[in-house]
Write a protein that binds this ligand. Structure first.
Ligand code: GLC
Length: 554
């Protein structure tokens, strides 16, 4: 059986769409997005062609880190609806063929979580060991502080009980101690609970922090990930973990489960993403080519998750200082656009100054790169950020449904809507649906083609010599079929010659625009590219080409 045509490993060529219920659609008119609003928009999402929704945290929260600070893992933030609304949403999503995964934020809880309140009540509290305590904390390594704008240490002194607790993130997010078997059991119960309500898996927040910062150290921290995955597979085959693991490739590969592929199903390719941005800044393919050549092959049934932007800052932490400054100069020169000294709090189209050709090329590149594309809500219509919002919230603006915003019909939205060239009057779903040249239509086409070309996600890929520094060209082969993708990162028209081994005399059909090209007897093809042009070409063997041609000539 050709696995490419089964749904057994559905994640391998899924299109994942990340959204925050809070900012997607307000269904009850109080200005806060909710599950009822989201449910009304499921047909839009299905029509876009995405296959899996990733919901950002929707649990009860004091909201000091936009929901990544949870006070109850077993219910719904009342501002977003009820468990009943959640189940109705799940049912509708499934009916339209969409899978749903949710953020699993179990490296830490809110400091208002009843577990922490109990744990800090005294050193002999039965829950004391659910968190990580120390009399004399180790000195801080400034490189380990994730939010250097707000924190100077990962340890916070707890007056009441006279010890320090660990918080890898903000001080109001004490780290859970997965060194404690009760905590590990509880996390498993949380997974089981939401899977029972229909989730197909989880995006696991901050994975390295989760398994490393614990007491006592786990003999094999990765065993915990393997246990979680085994539990999920027992309960429901085909459920996945999508891991936020921003570490160098050498270390990263172990998170899939060495050789076995029995831990994190998909890891975000943070390295490839950062090198892609360097390539985009320079208009040169080399950094991305290097990353793809260095990137290890994930174990069987595992996959890379590809992205250009997400809900956080565009982190450039794995670039050198000079490279980072280069990207800052190209895409976020103003201080206010930068954050934590390592990233940009911007969305993609504003970084390209609204140049639609460049935006379209960047997403074509994303969908053609080997791996599973993950997009952030609003990317499909080219929404911009609102720098007036604090910190990372700049990119988490309300979804722009129509010229008047359309997020909420009767109240001030939970977060301010951007003004200027990226305001809803200029950028919205309703207008782009009526415009065949819109970014929304381009996304629909890319998604449709990506789904029709499982070679892209699954295939064996080879980076091709394009003979021009601005051109990134690669081919993906699977089950005897080939797709060639070519991207011009530069802003001048040019022509390249590609050598396509094994494809002599094949016909290449352009899947995005129109037209065909012939590969020569020597296996070469000359390929013109517009400024920021992009082409996806399907190769068909000479034996079927004549028939094709005769159909055309009729
Ligand atoms: C992850 C999330 C980020 C959050 C942090 C703490 O990095 O992506 O948004 O603030 O974890 O949970």
């Amino acid at each position: 059986m050709r696995l490419t045509y089964t749904s057994d490993v559905w994640w391998k060529n899924a299109v994942v769409y990340c959204l925050d219920v809070e900012t997607f659609k307000d269904g009850n008119g109080d200005g806060v997005g909710d599950f009822r609003g989201l449910t009304q928009q499921i047909d839009y999402l299905a029509g876009l062609g995405v296959t899996c929704l990733w919901l950002m945290p929707f649990f009860p929260t004091p909201n000091k880190d936009d929901g990544y600070d949870i006070t109850d893992f077993y219910s719904i933030d009342p501002r977003l609806g009820t468990l009943g609304d959640f189940v109705e949403f799940m049912r509708t999503a499934h009916d339209r063929g969409l899978r749903v995964i949710a953020d699993l934020v179990v490296n830490h809880t809110s400091d208002r979580h009843p577990w922490f309140v109990e744990a800090r009540s005294g050193r002999d509290s039965p829950r004391r060991d659910w968190y990580v305590w120390s009399d004399v904390p180790e000195p801080d390594d400034p490189g380990q502080i994730v939010f250097p704008d707000k924190e100077t240490s990962v340890w916070e002194y707890d007056e009441g009980s006279g010890q320090y607790y660990l918080h890898s993130f903000y001080r109001h997010q004490p780290d859970l101690n997965v060194g404690n078997p009760e905590v590990r059991d509880e996390i498993t119960r949380i997974l089981g609970f939401w899977m029972e309500l229909g989730l197909s898996g989880f995006r696991v927040d901050a994975v390295p922090f989760l398994i490393e910062n614990v007491n006592p150290k786990l003999a094999d921290p990765h065993e915990f990930l393997a246990d979680l995955r085994a539990f999920m597979t027992r309960r429901k085959g085909g459920s996945i973990l999508l891991g936020e693991v921003n570490v160098p490739y050498k270390e990263l590969i172990s998170y899939f489960g060495d050789g076995l592929g029995d831990q994190i199903t998909m890891c975000f390719d943070f390295i490839g993403m950062q090198q892609a941005w360097l390539s985009l800044a320079r208009g040169e393919a080399a950094p991305l080519v290097k990353a793809l050549r260095e990137r290890p092959e994930p174990p069987k049934d595992c996959q890379w998750a590809m992205f250009l932007r997400n809900h956080d800052e565009l982190t450039l932490d794995k670039l050198t200082e000079d490279e980072r400054q280069e990207v800052f100069r190209a895409f976020g020169p103003e201080r206010d656009m930068q954050i934590f000294g390592r990233g940009l709090r911007r969305r993609l189209p504003t970084m390209f100054g609204g140049d639609l050709r460049r935006v379209k090329m960047a997403y074509s590149l994303l969908f053609s790169l080997p791996g599973t594309p993950v997009i952030f809500y609003g990317e499909e219509i080219g929404m911009g950020e609102n720098l007036a919002e604090e910190g990372r919230m700049a990119v988490r603006v309300p979804m722009q449904w129509s010229a008047d915003g359309g997020f909420s019909h009767s109240a001030e939205p939970v977060r301010e809507i951007p003004e200027g060239s990226f305001a809803p009057e200029r950028v919205n779903v309703a207008d782009q649906k009526r415009d065949n040249d819109s970014l929304l239509r381009w996304f629909q086409l890319l998604i449709e083609r990506y789904r029709e070309c499982p070679e892209l996600a699954w295939g064996e890929y080879t980076v091709l010599e394009a003979g021009h520094p601005a051109v990134f060209a690669h081919r993906c082969d699977a089950d005897g079929a080939t797709v060639v993708a070519v991207h011009n990162l530069g802003d001048t028209a040019l022509e390249v010659t590609l050598r396509l081994a094994g494809l002599a005399r094949h016909r290449l059909t352009d899947l995005l625009v129109d037209g065909t090209l012939e590969v020569s007897d020597e296996g070469e093809v000359r390929l013109p590219l517009d400024p920021h042009g992009c082409r996806w070409l399907r190769a068909s063997p000479p034996e079927i080409a004549p028939e094709d041609a005769s159909v055309k000539s009729h």
